[in-house]
Design a protein. Structure first.
Length: 716
């Protein structure tokens, strides 16, 4: 944890704040130093590990919008009606930043911080003082912008390594859960919870991998960068094999004679997860990874000898054959780990063509565009409704703050509303609980620090330290951020206004936090954007992504030597398939906190998720057979079934005409498999035909799930 990318970023932020506040304090005095530190704090939220390109422009909106708002808010302190109009109007515009997604939200926070910290400062007594304070604020914000840009550039190589390390640990976590899945008894409540955890971890992995893509695939022009980018590509392929490991698991688990094999497979995945974690730790510490000495077990051969019961379904192979295929898929995961370690040790060359062809298309855009702003002016647009909700909540907080006996410190109520009120009820509740708990702990800590009457220099250092902690944990563990932010805000407010009573400030902050959190919670029900209203678009996106991925997967698998263009198109489609499922998983998780009456049809959505991952697994198995075991297939005879399967799946997912369920999307049904010997030494064509039939049936199931979801969403 101490060497992670977010901790490194937090230390950079703390050091920048300390240098800026100290420099301005020495040059322009303590008041200017305090204002400069506020400017640095205001522009810090967008400062996260990122590609070098576009980093400077990512800071600019916070500087260009925050500086005039800081000045205007300070100037209107003596006119409450005009101040209210400014704060409420600016809040509405600031929260529209959600239209830009993850890039826009930190800017929204920065803009709000500029106004709130202006309210925390003592009222200005003259225009000259206002100009001096605003200039110091701008100076701090501008210097931090340069500092953050340079630090991000200088640490780029380190961030690349840490991105790989974070991805390795995330995949290892998923692998451990998958290993538990092998040994879990069938039809148990724990197994149902485990499947849900697998899906959440898949969604978290999709987010982590996109963050890694943004950093690792930016200009991979040196051997080291190519090596790290190649490891990321290898991790993406490993994820496919992990998903495919769920195929036929239920059928194998139902056979008592295969329980020992499943235990061995589960242990194997756990061991491979440990190998990934060991590789990540070595890279984190800058050591050469230990050579991979984990021998691949001969599980397939052992399985072929295991007895299996007769199977009445002539389209399905006997259990021991399914178990053999399952063990080989675990073997593919083993092979991917072997390649990863070899890449990290420099014993294997990365796929340069894939990396250099893909890097521009896989990196998120860094330029600001007006398009999101122009497309959100619909009454049902979540960013617009959230902006209205936030403006109303801030207006209520202003009124409550004025009416309270300690109205001169109403900014703390507003600050609590800003950090608690999120775009969904689930996120708001999570932030509310973390904020209240963190504030209580932070107030106790800050009270002790202020009561000790430490010198100003020590308080400046403390502000920097707690700024770094708050910044580092903002996206990881918000309760830690809440504790650090409380101490930071109280100490910073004391530096801006040293005449206030420290004891009263601490007691006031507890009450203000409870009031602000309550207001945010109440207004999360005003103009809500329930997940049910977004499900239709997410379902449509998922079906389109699955159809595109299926089409390109089958086309790629039919090529004897896939070209760079076809592989790139498939990789883009694969990313969209996983990203669409990640968005659906996150929507389902958020909906669990919503009132039962407005929830989307969760069971239908969960079935859709399960079928989607199963379809991805079937396509991975098909692609693996066609690309890696081509010598055991009659490719000429499979051309027709592959083409028909692609048309059938596309028709099912897009609403076209398809053959009835249960029929093979091929020219003929597969032969009986009961008498097939070990598939590792004979023609795999019947197995591939079975996979095609199952994939087509899954596509029909997906469309049925989507239809049920739409019907229940409309009638709910």
């Amino acid at each position: 944890m101490g060497l992670s990318s977010w901790m490194a970023n937090g230390m950079v932020s703390a050091l920048g704040l300390l240098l800026i506040s100290t420099l301005i304090h020495l040059l322009l005095g303590p008041a200017a130093g305090a204002a400069a530190s506020v400017g640095a704090i205001v522009v810090a939220p967008p400062d996260q590990p990122a590609p070098r390109k576009g980093k400077f422009t990512h800071f600019l909106p916070a500087v260009l919008i925050g500086t005039p708002l800081f000045f205007a808010t300070g100037m209107l302190r003596h006119s409450q009606p005009e101040l209210a109009v400014l704060v409420v109007g600016a809040t509405f515009l600031a929260f529209l930043g959600a239209a830009w997604g993850k890039r826009g939200l930190p800017i929204s926070v920065s803009v709000m911080f500029a106004m709130i910290f202006a309210l925390a400062a003592p009222p200005w007594t003259s225009l000259r003082e206002a100009e001096h304070q605003t200039f110091a604020f701008f100076l701090g914000a501008a210097i931090y912008t340069v500092w953050g840009t340079l630090a991000n550039s200088l640490l780029n190589q380190r961030y690349r390594v840490l991105s790989v390390v974070d991805s390795l640990h995330t995949v290892a976590t998923l692998m451990r859960t998958q290993g538990l899945h092998f040994t879990m008894a069938a039809e148990t409540q724990q197994r149902t919870a485990l499947v849900g955890r697998l899906m959440k971890q898949q969604a978290a992995l999709a987010d982590q991998l996109q963050t890694a893509r943004n950093i690792l695939l930016e200009a991979p022009t040196t051997p080291r960068r190519l090596q790290l980018a190649g490891m990321l590509i290898q991790l993406l392929d490993m994820r496919d094999h992990l998903v495919a490991c769920a195929l036929d698991l239920d059928a194998v688990r139902a056979d008592p004679g295969q329980q020992e094999l499943l235990r061995v497979l589960g242990v194997e995945l756990q061991a491979l997860a440990g190998d990934l974690e060991e590789l990540g730790d070595a890279m984190l510490l800058g050591r050469t990874p230990t050579a991979f000495s984990h021998a691949r077990p001969l599980l397939a051969a052992e399985t072929a000898l295991a007895p299996g019961p007769s199977d009445a379904d002539m389209h399905a192979p006997p259990v021991q054959v399914l178990a053999g295929a399952l063990s080989r898929r675990v073997g593919y995961v083993h092979d991917e780990v072997l390649r990863l370690v070899a890449l990290a040790r420099g014993e294997r060359e990365p796929d340069v063509d894939v990396v250099r062809t893909a890097w521009q298309l896989f990196v998120s855009p860094t330029k600001w565009s007006w398009r999101p702003f122009l497309t959100l002016w619909r009454w049902d647009a979540p960013p617009l409704r959230h902006a209205i909700r936030a403006a109303l909540a801030i207006a209520t907080g202003l009124v409550v703050g004025i009416l309270l006996p300690w109205g001169s410190h109403e900014y703390w109520i507003l600050l609590t509303i800003v950090v608690v009120l999120r775009g969904s009820l689930a996120q708001t509740l999570e932030r509310r609980n973390s904020r209240v708990a963190g504030t209580l702990l932070g107030c106790v800590l800050a009270g002790g620090l202020l009561y000790a009457r430490l010198p100003a220099a020590a308080l400046v250092v403390l502000v920097a330290v707690f700024q770094g902690i708050a910044h580092a944990f903002a996206l990881q563990r918000y309760v830690v951020t809440a504790v650090a932010a409380t101490v930071l805000a109280l100490v910073q407010a004391h530096l801006l206004n040293p005449g206030a009573s420290a004891v009263f400030e601490v007691a006031e902050r507890v009450l203000d936090t409870l009031i602000g959190a309550t207001i945010a919670w109440v207004f999360s029900y005003v103009l809500p954007s329930w997940e049910r209203t977004q499900v239709g678009a997410l379902v449509a996106r998922t079906l389109a992504a699955q159809a595109k991925h299926a089409q390109l997967s089958l086309a790629l698998a039919q090529e004897e030597a896939p070209g760079a263009d076809s592989e790139l198109a498939w990789r883009l489609a694969r990313r969209e398939a996983y990203d669409s499922l990640s968005a659906l998983v996150q929507a389902i998780q958020r909906s669990l906190s919503e009132p039962r009456a407005v929830r989307p049809p969760l069971r239908a959505l969960e079935r859709m998720l399960a079928h989607s991952y199963q379809l991805l697994a079937q396509l991975t198995a098909i692609k693996t057979m066609l690309l890696q075991r081509r010598d055991r297939l009659n490719v000429a005879q499979l051309q027709g079934p592959l083409d028909q399967a692609a048309r059938t799946i596309a028709g099912a997912l897009t609403g076209g005409n398809t053959p009835p369920p249960g029929t093979l999307p091929a020219h003929q049904d597969p032969p009986a498999m009961l008498d097939l010997p070990d598939a590792s030494e004979h023609d795999l064509s019947p197995f591939l035909l079975r996979r095609l039939r199952l994939a087509a049936d899954l596509a029909r199931d997906l469309q049925a799930d989507a239809a049920r979801t739409r019907a229940r969403t409309v009638t709910a």
